[in-house]
Design a protein around this ligand. Structure first.
Ligand code: NAD
Length: 286
């Protein structure tokens, strides 16, 4: 392997130190701390892991954290009423709706109901719109985590050929705007690119490659341009192993930097959630 490993843990630790210092300074100046409330409507193994991690990171940074669990029989109207009451609760400075939600619940409607000032995940249309305008301090956690990883390489993105594979609302779409804001020449590939059979052509051009599809090994090692930075967002279970969307063995022979899976993007996302929480709190203090 010739590529340097782009590990998320070091980036996350660095960010955490800055956030912790900022929370302490805000408390000293204003006598208040931010409070993140996580609303959970479905208990399952993966969301249990997330909320446990959120609580641990929040408390380590001096951010108050509350997990509010409601029965999964909750009706849409009742859930909407709950979000509205959190919007009006002065003690709660940020809200995250934990996914998944029960089948009868329209999650998008609920996310849009969280006021943008308390939108910890940066998924409210108003907050997403600010990314388009290049005027954002918060954003979708995974996309922001990818930007932190790229920044940690100190490689200037200006004029670079950036290719994103995957155009979801939480990763590919916001990331395309974030990279454009850095003046990268940005291409977004998606299912239709794959169906036309031209994914390799695009990937081979990438000096910066971000893959967020959810299909193990969809990007082959020999497609990687020599010296490319490769950020693999994908998480796939293959047998008893977790692997990414990029064939790691081959890709790491050609890339200059590559994320391991697991251990790349994942460890940073919860820290970004806390940074979003602190940024929202600062906005409320103004
Ligand atoms: P999604 O299912 O919402 O989107 C998948 C994207 O892949 C779509 O844009 C789709 O058009 C594209 N796609 C599907 N097949 C394709 C093909 N053959 N060729 C090209 N493009 C194709 O997924 P998502 O929520 O963005 O997640 C993507 C992956 O990232 C998943 O494995 C998910 O588990 C992982 N993920 C990881 C983190 C993390 O913290 N590390 C966070 C979020 C998502």
């Amino acid at each position: 392997m010739s590529a340097k490993l782009l590990e998320g843990k070091a980036v996350a630790e660095n960010l955490k130190a800055k956030i912790k210092a900022e929370v302490e300074a805000l408390k000293a100046k204003h006598g208040k701390t931010p409070k993140l409330l996580a609303l959970q409507m479905c208990e399952n193994a993966s969301s249990a892991v997330y909320v446990k991690a959120q609580k641990k990171v929040a408390e380590a940074l001096g951010i108050e954290y509350e997990l509010r669990t409601v029965p999964d029989s909750i009706a849409q109207g009742e859930a909407e009423g709950l979000i509205k009451s959190l919007n009006n609760d002065a003690n709660v400075t940020a809200v995250i709706l934990q996914l998944p939600v029960p089948k009868a619940i329209d999650a998008k409607r609920l996310v849009n109901l969280i006021v943008p000032e308390k939108d910890a995940e940066g998924m409210h249309p108003q907050n997403l719109g600010k990314i388009l305008l290049g005027q954002y301090r918060i954003g979708p956690c995974t996309a922001m985590a990818v930007m932190e990883l790229l920044e940690s390489t100190k490689v200037n993105l200006y004029g670079k050929e950036a290719v994103i594979v995957g155009h979801s609302e939480i990763v590919g779409k916001p990331l395309s705007l974030m990279l454009l804001n850095k003046f990268a020449t940005t291409t977004v590939c998606h299912i239709a690119t794959g169906e036309r059979g031209i994914l390799p052509e695009h990937v081979k051009q990438a000096e910066v490659l971000i893959v967020a599809v959810g299909k193990a090994g969809i990007v082959k090692g020999d497609w990687i341009k020599p010296g490319a930075i490769v950020v693999d967002v994908g998480i796939n279970r293959v047998g008893d192993k977790i692997v990414g969307d990029v064939e790691f063995e081959g890709a790491s022979q050609k890339a200059s930097y590559i994320t391991p899976v697991p251990g790349g993007v994942g460890p940073i996302t919860t820290t970004i959630l806390m940074r979003n929480t602190v940024e929202l709190f600062k906005g409320q203090l103004k």
